[in-house]
Design a protein around this ligand. Structure first.
Ligand code: GDP
Ligand code: GDP
Length: 438
């Protein structure tokens, strides 16, 4: 599971700036898609090849437990409870405030790893300014400047140092016989537990009554269509005896972790309601994570013609960036459409783990150029020479050549279309990376 780091601190200390700094360096395939809403409070980040999730919390004012402020404090508490490490941000220019003490007191009761980030420290003589922050009893402050990008790497390294990380595991070829890791994601009440219970109800081969493992993680083996699956910690669900039920509190962090941990995500939408903004957020995260995805339009049995039209419209406007995902009409309650859903899951997985041999990719590249060469940009003419596969789930194509930084997004999409068509990719995002010889 990806570790989760929560950013906590009073208003205006620089949490959002730090959040943006930590998350922005992603190879954002998302940037190419218009209309994609991004949940700016949760982000994916990477340091030295290690991936983690960052959560930005609202302000935190434990003294005013009413209204919006109370709600924010509640969310902050939840974020801290779900985090593996907390970065407590303070402002060196403003010095210590009473609220900082309140937050420190709260954090000390949480028994979490806490790092103190003394922000806005650019161009300041460190030691005397930082001394007062020892009072918080959180340990040595790490001087950083979120705005200028100083000290952030070592802060994150300290935050992540306790989490085991196997660098080789990232690069290893996926084992073709390993179970396919499957997550079911969606808002509360879309029918996740109903679907999973329908699956398990049909299950005769594999007993899932195994004692739970670490951290209330749920992992249930399943077998379908001759393939082994593993239902992973099921975003927002909990096992109760032999059935799954939704947990009272929808946890974005758990959803994000489940998505990150999966090979294929079944994203459920309530067909009677249409695609909500929250659905679009989850979908955006699935896209960003690069996971294969199948859209299950649930409660189809309860839709009328008007609702189907509304649904169609909301898919077009809110999920335009997931065009590659197959749409399945299902009823978890009536158990219809489920076998088509399994086929789509398998197809998405096959696409996500497709093998793309270098000669084939290079041939496709040459064909593409013959069809339409990349445009000259001033005195630079991008020249693509060959391509190789750089990864799976999602498929990554690395194109080598010269002046490739001048290739436009439109041309990149054109190439993607050619690759997708040839390898018949369905249900998986794909990435293209350009590497220019110096
Ligand atoms: P938040 O309310 O904690 O999320 O704080 P913001 O990220 O919105 O930042 C509050 C203000 O502090 C903004 O005006 C930022 O530009 C400024 N700020 C953030 N980081 C730094 C920094 O490293 N140095 C300086 N000088 N200002 C910063
Ligand atoms: P979860 O919160 O996503 O796990 O949702 P549940 O599985 O608990 O389902 C929420 C409600 O939707 C329950 O009342 C279900 O009976 C109902 N429901 C689930 N699937 C379907 C379906 O396919 N059709 C209809 N009509 N109702 C459904």
């Amino acid at each position: 599971m990806k570790p989760v780091i929560a950013l906590v601190g009073r208003a205006n200390v620089g949490k959002s700036t730090l959040f943006n700094r930590i998350t922005k360096s992603r190879d954002a395939i998302v940037a190419d898609f218009a209309g994609l809403t991004r949940d700016r409070h949760y982000g994916d980040a990477r340091l030295n090849g290690r991936e983690f999730i960052v959560v930005d919390t609202g302000g935190f004012e434990p003294d005013k437990p009413t209204g919006v402020v109370a709600e924010m404090a509640k969310q902050t508490r939840q974020a801290v409870a779900e985090a593996d490490a907390v970065i407590f941000v303070v402002d060196v220019r403003n010095g210590l405030a009473a609220q900082d003490h309140d937050i420190a007191r709260f954090l000390r009761t949480q028994h979490k790893k806490v790092l103190l980030a003394a922000n806005k420290a650019e161009g300041m003589v460190e030691s005397p300014l930082l001394a007062e922050f020892h009072e918080l009893g959180i340990g040595d402050p790490h001087p950083i400047s979120a705005a200028h990008g100083q000290g952030i790497r070592s802060l994150l390294e300290a935050a992540l140092e306790d989490f085991p990380f196997d660098e080789d595991a990232e690069e290893a070829e996926p084992d073709p016989d390993a179970p396919i890791r499957l997550a079911v994601a969606g808002r509360p009440n879309v029918g996740k537990s109903t679907l999973i219970n329908a699956w398990l109800g049909e299950e005769r081969l594999v007993a899932f009554d195994q004692p739970g493992t670490t951290r209330d993680a749920i992992s249930v083996p399943l077998e379908r269509e001759g393939r082994r699956f593993e239902l992973i910690d099921t975003a927002g669900l909990r096992r109760k005896g032999k059935v799954f039920e939704a947990i009272e509190k929808f946890s974005v962090v758990k959803t994000l972790q489940a998505i990150a941990d999966a090979n294929v995500v079944v994203l459920m939408v309530d067909a009677t309601i249409g695609v909500s903004e929250q659905d679009a957020h989850i979908a955006g995260y699935v896209l960003e994570s690069g996971r294969a995805v199948v859209l299950a339009l649930n409660k189809w049995d309860a839709t009328d013609e008007y609702q189907r039209q509304q649904l169609q419209r909301s898919i077009e406007s809110r999920l335009a960036f997931l065009k590659f995902a197959p749409l399945l009409q299902i009823s978890a309650r009536k158990r219809t459409g489920l076998s088509a859903l399994w086929k789509a899951i398998l197809q998405a997985h096959a696409s996500a783990t497709v093998k793309m041999p270098t000669p084939v990719l290079t041939r496709l590249l040459i064909d593409a150029v013959q069809h339409q060469a990349p445009r000259r940009d001033g005195r630079f003419r991008p020249k693509m020479r060959y391509a190789h596969q750089g990864g799976m789930n999602p498929p990554l194509v690395v194109v080598h050549g010269n002046s490739l930084e001048h290739i436009t997004d439109a041309y990149k999409r054109f190439l993607e279309g050619r690759f997708r068509e040839h390898f018949k990719l369905v249900g998986t995002p794909m990435r293209i990376e350009f590497r220019s010889a110096k």
